[in-house]
Design a protein around this ligand. Structure first.
Ligand SMILES: [Zn+2]
Ligand SMILES: [Zn+2]
Ligand SMILES: [Zn+2]
Length: 280
């Protein structure tokens, strides 16, 4: 299968997963504990994919660790300031009364609700975050498309992490909308709107890639990949660090979930061709 078709299929599956995520509360009871365990696992996976794969794959493309790290820091700071400006990335507790089992939330600190910052902020922040996921996905597929590969699913690690992360984003959007009494239909429409930013981001990457010209393509892929790795790192840590501060409950369970995510990211390396890590 050509990388372009593979990417298209990835995008369709991710959009479907986002819609599924938005509908989850009506399908199953998502307790606070379950949510935190899922968030820990997915954040661990994202952390691992960023550092075990995206960064080394980027270095194999740019040929320079310094250059890759510089782009990673650029992605990291961009996402950090994006979250600071728009505060769009909070997976709110879904259960009423979740605050009372070992939580250190105090009023006005750590519970800045997205609603008070307005829809424009959430829309801008979440759109950029989702478009960057599309860039990450396309860059990951592109970085592996040159190497001899026995495993046909190029960029599988990045695909998996975006696939599992998007339902969480969809949940936080629909949670805010439910609180504001939007209808199920409009919630799913808004969700669909955000989810389509994945193919938009992937398409933007392809435009830049084909425009980069011969010789510059590898560097373009490498820099985009490192930038995405930095963005993923901030997203993963922004999901993980509040746990230290605000969730004193289920510490063993949450730690195990985190470690399983990191271990899964590491073990995906066994499916890859050595060449994507720059040692053929
Ligand atoms: Zn790898
Ligand atoms: Zn997110
Ligand atoms: Zn908690």
């Amino acid at each position: 299968m050509s990388p372009g078709w593979l990417l298209l299929i990835y995008c369709v599956v991710i959009v479907a997963a986002s819609l599924f995520g938005g509908a989850l509360p009506s399908l199953m009871r998502l307790t606070h504990r379950r949510m935190q365990v899922i968030i820990s696992f997915v954040a661990g996976l994202m952390l691992g994919i960023s550092l075990f794969h995206m960064l080394p794959h980027s270095e194999a493309q740019t040929g320079s660790l310094d250059r890759s790290i510089a782009w990673m820091v650029a992605g990291l700071l961009t996402m950090f300031f994006l979250i600071r400006a728009f505060q769009f990335h909070q997976h709110e507790p879904l259960e009423a009364g979740a605050q009372d089992h070992g939580h250190g939330h105090d009023a006005g600190h750590g519970t800045a609700r997205p609603a008070q910052l307005g829809w424009v902020g959430i829309a801008i922040g979440m759109s950029l975050h989702t478009a960057l996921d599309g860039v990450a996905l396309a860059a990951s597929v592109a970085a592996e498309s040159h190497a001899e590969h026995s495993f046909p699913l190029l960029g599988f690690g990045t695909f998996l992490v975006v696939l599992l992360h998007k339902p969480l984003d969809a949940l936080s959007i629909t949670a805010v909308m439910t609180a504001e009494r939007w209808s199920m239909r409009s919630r799913q429409l808004v969700n669909l709107g955000f989810a389509t930013m994945v193919p938009v981001g992937a398409a933007l990457f392809y435009l830049g890639w084909s425009g980069a010209g011969p010789g510059a393509n590898e560097a373009f892929v490498g820099c985009a990949l490192a930038f995405s790795a930095g963005a993923f790192l901030v997203i993963a840590l922004s999901d993980l660090l509040p746990e230290l501060q605000f969730h004193a409950h289920d510490r063993i369970r949450l730690s195990v979930a985190l470690l399983l995510g990191v271990a899964l990211a590491y073990s995906l390396g066994f499916l890859e061709s050595e060449a994507v890590h720059g040692h053929p």
